[in-house]
Design a protein around this ligand. Structure first.
Ligand SMILES: Cc1ncc(C[n+]2csc(CCOP(=O)(O)OP(=O)(O)O)c2C)c(N)n1
Ligand SMILES: [Mg+2]
Length: 366
């Protein structure tokens, strides 16, 4: 693969991702971003290489480390930043925050805080596409620790049995929060587990965007041709802590410094310059342009308004037509008798299933 446009394009996206995350980290320090915030710094080659192998209508979903996945698909940096800032102009109107990005226009379907929660959802997407004879490939990323979730096993069994068109990407950054994956996994090389489901499993150097792109291109074509799901393990590393509140004392500074020598952006930059596909000055101009995009994103998020108070109940599981008659009580931290609030009256959930039109209604059946 020697296409200079593809390589420079991937360089641009990786730099945009890096600059976006650096500024998000700064904004968090300034308390412009509250709550959880997980940065993708160091892992950029995984998402950029895979995205390059996809069609714009292939659905993508991931866990809570989700800022960069929509960004490299073309989502608006300003709206993403505004979501982080909790502003009304954000992709989820400021109500989702860092972990719940969602952008249907660019086929990015979340953003999930439950570890492994997106794994079965992706199988559902893939099932729907197969059922409707659509040739889309669903891509679902998750972390190494998520592979020890029961949902992984249940979904892989079904996905393989039904030959679902889904690419599962395990972003193995070595840690689940502060736990080394090797300490808690009988088989820490997660792609090997695919064989238990009679499924194709592959591994790739996740710090090398060209290798990720080439591998993803091969696998996506294979899946689109109807051969069933694949588990791709990308060995990568996060340069920052698990989240903004993690001091990362479970690993040594030497380990982090050693990994930084494999920085995927520097690696691609050196390759491009060495092969004379672009000069160092040209690549620096690309970098400057991405910094401007991110500065504009910050300015947009800063200038945007907070969601209005009376909008609290819209775009939630409550219908926007339902006027809440009382505000639900907040959960109290540190209280001994902590109970979830009673559902508001207008919530109106019926646990009785309506009988299907064709089935005879049984009296008293629930
Ligand atoms: C079902 C569930 N269990 C536990 C948690 C708490 N938790 C949040 S992140 C995390 C670690 C996940 O690590 P990994 O899957 O490797 O992803 P990474 O953060 O490394 O990208 C855990 C245990 C959770 N959010 N959901
Ligand atoms: Mg991990």
């Amino acid at each position: 693969m020697q296409d200079d446009h593809v390589l420079v394009g991937m360089y641009r996206k990786m730099v945009l991702a890096r600059r976006f995350e650096e500024k998000a980290g700064q904004a968090y320090g300034q308390k412009k971003i509250q709550g959880f915030c997980h940065l993708y710094i160091g892992q950029e080659a995984v998402v950029v290489g895979i995205n390059e192998a996809l069609r714009p209508d292939d659905p993508v979903m991931t866990a809570y480390r989700d800022h960069v996945h929509p960004l490299v698909r073309g989502a608006d940096a300003g709206m993403l930043m505004a979501e982080l800032f909790g502003k009304d102009t954000g992709y989820s109107k400021g109500k989702g925050g860092s972990m719940h990005f969602f952008d249907v226009e660019h086929a990015f379907y979340g953003g999930y805080g439950i570890v492994g929660g997106q794994i079965p959802l992706a199988a559902g997407f893939a099932f729907a596409h197969k059922y409707r004879n659509e040739d889309k490939v669903t891509v679902c990323s998750f972390g190494d620790a998520a592979a020890n979730q029961g949902a992984f096993h249940e979904t892989f069994n079904m996905a393989a049995k039904w030959k679902l068109p889904v690419l599962y990407v395990v972003e193995n950054n070595k840690y689940g929060m502060g736990t080394d994956i090797a300490r808690v996994s009988a088989e820490p090389e997660i792609h090997k587990r695919a064989s238990a489901y009679n499924m194709r499993g592959e591994a790739v150097d996740g710090m090398d965007v060209i290798k990720v792109y080439e591998k993803a291109r091969e696998l996506v074509a294979w899946i689109r041709a109807g051969n069933g799901p694949v588990l791709l393990e990308a060995f990568t590393y996060r340069f920052r802590g698990h989240s903004m509140s993690d001091a990362a004392t479970y690993r040594t500074k030497d380990e982090v410094e050693l990994e930084k020598q494999r920085d995927p952006i520097t690696k691609l930059k050196d390759f491009i310059v060495q092969k004379r596909l672009a000069t160092e000055a040209e690549l620096e101009a690309v970098d400057d342009a991405q910094k401007k995009v991110v500065e504009q994103a910050i300015a947009f998020a800063d200038a945007s308004a907070e969601p209005p108070d009376d909008d609290v109940f819209t775009h939630t599981i409550l219908s926007s037509n339902d006027e809440p008659d009382e505000k639900p009580r907040q959960r109290v931290r540190g209280a001994t008798d902590v109970r979830w609030p009673d559902p508001p009256k207008h919530f109106n959930v019926s646990w009785e299933l309506e009988p299907l039109p064709s089935s005879p209604a049984k009296k008293g059946a629930a």
